[in-house]
Design a protein around this ligand. Structure first.
Ligand code: ATP
Ligand code: MG
Length: 325
């Protein structure tokens, strides 16, 4: 079996919302298993409508949330093993890129402060001169330079430029995994592809894998090696990006594909999605059954298990649109 870079094993996370009287539970992550092999970097996109649990899953991978159930390991280090997995090593190995670059940087500090902090505080560089060299080199790889960035504040850059700087900052630690949660959602439409395409180049150059969270299936199509579809907290389909998008196996993925917007558009307008219904999170049958055109009594009564379709494809559906290879 191939060694795993990341292994998410039957992970669940529940939130309680509301006051004492109207308390509700939301299973934001519902028994999700996913993995990324070590040795061959990939871009794994996680797609699904708003509120399906994409960020919750990523926050657990970033160790910002703890899983209620299940296990997450990175290169065999168990997240639950607080002593065995050194926090400094974790910061070097896994780096985040956030949605809004204007919130990543403070108005009061020059942007390069963040780059130097990462390079010097995490002990990647011993001296300022070493840091200058590494930072400049890394900025060049995202189409910027230290000369352009040095001494400037956030307001002196565009969103696209700031996101490139965030990416450079993340790369300074030579991470094995970068988690990018909607990294282009706040960026000008014309720059989106540009930034996402960078991931493809950097994946090879730095041998780093990406988890790319997006609403924007059109960008996911071009850059992803694998796609995972989430629905109401559960992983309902997984597979190589091209095969999955050209021939979805789950009726929900099919619905998403039929509503693929142009680069930069969100699904909101294109797709007839009813409001988030909390009770769907709690269904113990197929959560998509209430709106699935193919649903049968079996779907309304029982939860479908994982169906291995071969060719690295998985679907949780009693009536997959694609059959086993
Ligand atoms: N800290 C929290 N406390 C309570 N509920 C939460 C919390 N974080 C997320 N949730 C709920 O969990 C569910 C999943 O949220 P999450 O943010 O993971 O979705 P998402 O797929 O990232 O959505 P979006 O595309 O809008 O970013 C939602 O119903 C959300 O309201
Ligand atoms: Mg989110």
């Amino acid at each position: 079996m191939a060694e795993k870079l990341l292994e998410i094993n039957h992970v669940s996370k529940e939130f309680r919302i509301g006051g004492m009287l109207s308390r509700k539970k939301i299973l934001a992550t519902d028994d999700v298993s996913l993995s990324i092999d070590a040795g061959k970097p990939v871009i794994l996109s996680i797609v699904g409508e708003s509120g399906c649990g994409k960020s919750t899953l990523c926050k657990m991978v970033l160790r910002l949330y703890t899983a209620d159930k299940g296990k997450i390991t990175l290169l065999g280090h168990d997240y639950a093993d607080k002593k065995g997995y050194d926090p400094r090593q974790f910061k070097l190995d896994v780096q985040p890129i956030f949605q809004n670059p204007f919130e990543t940087f403070s108005m009061r500090k020059t942007v390069d402060t963040y780059l130097y902090n990462t390079a010097l505080r995490l002990g990647i560089c011993k001296t300022r001169a070493e840091a200058d060299k590494l930072i400049d080199e890394t900025l060049h790889n995202v189409g910027m330079s230290l000369q352009v960035v040095a001494g400037k504040y956030m307001t002196q850059f565009s969103g696209g430029e700031l996101q490139r700087i965030s990416i450079a900052r993340a790369l300074l630690t030579r991470p094995k995994l970068i988690i990018a949660d909607e990294p282009v959602a706040a960026i000008d439409a014309s720059m989106k592809m540009n930034i996402v395409n960078l991931f493809k180049d950097l994946k090879e150059q730095y041998q780093v894998s990406f988890i790319y969270i997006t609403h924007d299936l059109s960008t996911a199509y071009y850059v992803s090696d694998y796609i995972a579809t989430l629905y109401r907290g559960g992983l309902i389909e997984y597979g190589p990006a091209k095969e999955l998008m050209d021939e979805p196996a789950h009726p929900y993925t099919e619905l998403l594909m039929n509503a693929v917007p142009r680069v930069g558009d969100k699904w909101k307008e294109g797709m007839a999605m009813p409001d988030m219904e909390n009770k769907e999170f709690a269904l113990t049958c197929c959560k998509f059954a209430p709106r699935c055109p193919y649903a049968t009594d079996q779907c309304r009564q029982t939860r479908p298990g994982e169906v291995d379709l071969g060719n690295e494809r998985m679907v949780r559906c009693f009536h997959p649109l694609v059959h086993r290879a």
